[in-house]
Design a protein. Structure first.
Lengths: 45, 220
């Protein structure tokens, strides 16, 4: 039981780290393109 | 400099959303996730060098273009914020040039910086393009030689624009019920392609074993 919980904890930790890293990569890229690009757009006309 | 009519008109800019490049990020994320799912793989997360540099570089732009008091930022401060921020982003792209897509992203960004710096620190947009973007707007919101609303653009006729082929000169219109018009540069196109390809690459490649197994299956 203790072993399974430990394994589950390890798995969740790995999943979380992976997902958090992935989210950070996508967020960084979103900020990068917002900063790098210079489009002028107008909505609702 | 390029030739072209230099008309002086004014019209109102009522809304600016700067969303077009985020569409490339959303589409690339969806495509990369679909590619990974179809291949039975997990999305990979690349090791980006100095990732903290991106929010640091973006901060001056957020203050100058995106936050509630951006309209009060003087144009020369906005120009300084844009150029300094983009120089840091180029540095980030160079540091991460081994990653898929960063070469294209970096070249697009460099093209944008080049035309921005040569034209006083903001992205030039011609009066004709402005009129295509907002044909029904009122007559007192923009002037040639002035910043266009709170955007990164400055209204300059082609004849007064250095490297006008790198300026915001391409337009895209989405019809009703969600009308939306956007002007973008060649650099913006490369940035969108680079972002998409980077996110597509997160979906991973089929392993050699799987590929050879598929080849073997097809050969029978």
């Amino acid at each position: 039981m203790k072993y399974s919980l430990y394994n589950l904890g390890l798995m969740l930790e790995r999943l979380n780290q992976h997902h958090i890293r992935l989210v950070l990569v996508v967020l960084s890229l979103a900020l990068f393109v917002l900063g790098a690009g210079a489009p002028a757009d107008f909505g609702g006309h | 400099m390029c030739s072209g009519p230099a008309r002086r008109r004014t019209l109102a800019v009522t809304e600016s959303r700067r969303m077009i490049l985020l569409l490339a990020v959303i589409a690339g994320s969806a495509a990369g996730a679909a590619k990974a799912w179809l291949g039975g793989r997990e999305l990979s997360s690349p090791d980006l060098r100095l990732a903290w540099l991106v929010p640091v570089a973006f901060l001056p732009q957020w203050l100058a273009f995106f936050c509630p008091f951006s309209p009060q930022v003087p144009p020369n401060w906005a120009a300084a914020a844009l150029v300094s921020s983009q120089v840091l982003l180029v540095l980030f792209a160079i540091l991460n040039r081994e990653q898929a897509g960063f070469w294209v992203l970096g070249i697009g960004l460099t093209m944008n910086i080049l035309v921005i710096v040569l034209n006083g620190g903001l992205m030039p947009i011609s009066p004709d393009t402005v009129m295509q973007l907002a044909p029904n707007a009122s007559l007192d919101a923009w002037q040639i030689g002035q910043r266009l609303g709170t955007t990164k653009d400055i209204v300059l006729p082609d004849a007064a624009t250095h490297l006008c082929w790198l300026a915001d000169r391409f337009t895209l219109s989405v019809p009703k019920p969600h009308p939306w018009r956007v002007a973008f540069s060649l650099g913006d196109v490369l940035i969108a392609i680079g972002a998409f390809s980077l996110l597509w690459a997160l979906g991973g490649e089929p392993s050699a074993r799987k590929t050879s197994a598929r080849v073997a299956t097809h050969s029978f």
